[in-house]
Design a binder for this molecule. Structure first.
Ligand SMILES: [Zn+2]
Length: 389
């Protein structure tokens, strides 16, 4: 699965390292699904299929199969990342979490063909992995090998095929939803309309999964039913977000960062204390964020009211703005000529959704969420008055 920017609860809790230059991380919630799979295999599937073995044997086989399954998930996401990079997109990272894996793409595929390649490779990789383990299981079976090894290979073959099939369901944010988007984009030439169609399909699939999941849970399928319903709920959330982004995208078509930014904002030095800021700036200054710059105007941080408010009043005299600022690494930088729609997915929590506009390494403006919502409102108005655009 690929997403453009994702919420905090999906971000990596710890890093595993880098693959093809892309940071790979794990969100703690992956432990839930890992434990469920391990438990399901070693306490249910394996003892039922191959009774009479030791508990240790079931646990080891279950653990090995679960680890290989997650390596397969990783291969799926890495393939998205490689093809995305080849097609000129930046990849923010790969995270394994509650519902499997996700590759974070920065920016948009440039053509329906690129979208098709980036989305299509993931399910293809899962399919190949599934066939690989399926063939091994078949050979083992033909060779007269029975037992846990055959069981693990057969399960890995089946689960990867299932993964490939589930992922090509034509509903955003699943890979199949991206393929649908590529097809509608190609047919209509309208990228945003294609996004809305794929997101609507995601919403429908989400509702269907919740319905089927709850029904199965109530008729005794247990955790599996609830799991389906949870996935459905996640799909609805992600699809709704993508539809909103697409509608915003069409309202903001053609609008550049420099059109909506506040030019030449007030700045401060990072050594200023919070007390100084509250006494001398806060009331004289009508904005709620203050960029910190170094000599020459290079931005090195951003202080927001929320961050200042978190400092107890008795510590304000001894706390510098640098200590409470959103750091340079977390700043979202934009260039004045950039399309506003390209900036939106990059906006981060750290700076409360703000971006600093930089030209030749110097701060030239700032964009706040209210600048963006004003631009969206104006854009919608423009669409209403010019319906043929
Ligand atoms: Zn995928």
């Amino acid at each position: 699965m690929t997403l453009r920017g994702y919420p905090q609860h999906m971000r990596a809790s710890f890093r595993l390292g880098r693959i093809v230059g892309v940071p790979v991380g794990v969100n703690w919630s992956v432990l839930v699904i890992f434990a469920l799979i391990w438990w399901g295999l070693s306490a249910n599937l394996f003892p039922r299929s191959y009774p009479g073995l030791s508990v240790i044997a079931y646990l080891v086989a279950g653990l090995a199969a679960a680890v290989v399954f997650f390596l397969g998930l990783l291969a799926h996401e890495v393939s998205h990342a490689i093809v995305a990079k080849r097609n000129g997109l930046e990849v923010g990272g790969i995270t394994l979490w509650l519902f499997g894996g996700v590759a974070e793409l920065r920016g948009e595929a440039r053509s329906p063909g690129a979208e098709l390649r980036i989305a299509g490779i993931g399910p293809l990789v899962s399919l190949v992995i599934g066939i690989f383990f399926g063939v091994i299981a078949m050979l083992l079976s033909l060779g007269g090998v029975r037992g846990l090894l055959l069981g693990a290979m057969a399960w890995l073959g089946g689960i990867n095929l299932l993964l490939a099939i589930f992922n090509i369901l034509p509903a955003a944010p699943l890979d199949g939803g991206r393929l649908l988007r590529a097809a509608v984009w190609k047919a209509t030439g309208d990228r945003n309309r294609a996004s809305v169609v794929a997101a609507r399909a995601g919403w429908v699939l989400g509702v269907a999964l919740i319905g089927v999941g709850l029904w199965r849970f109530l008729t005794g399928a247990g955790v599996g039913g609830l799991w389906l319903a949870l996935i459905g709920w996640f799909l609805i959330g992600a699809a709704s977000l993508e539809e909103r982004q697409a509608r915003m995208g069409s309202a903001l078509r053609g609008i550049r960062v420099s059109d909506v930014m506040t030019p030449q904002p007030q700045t401060a030095s990072s050594e200023m204390t919070v007390a100084d800021f509250v006494d001398n700036y806060l009331f004289a200054y009508r904005h709620t964020a203050l960029p910190l710059t170094e000599d020459g105007g290079r931005p090195i941080g951003l202080v927001t009211l929320d961050r200042v408010r978190g400092v107890p009043s008795d510590q304000r005299g001894s706390t510098t703005l640098e200590a409470v600022a959103c750091r340079a690494d977390d700043l979202v930088l934009a260039s004045p000529d950039e399309q506003l729609t390209d900036l939106l997915p990059r906006l981060s929590q750290c700076a409360d959704g703000r971006a600093l506009v930089v030209s030749e390494d110097r701060l030239v403006g700032i964009i706040s969420p209210s600048d963006i919502s004003r631009a969206v409102q104006r854009g919608h108005l423009r669409e209403q008055t010019a319906p043929n655009r």
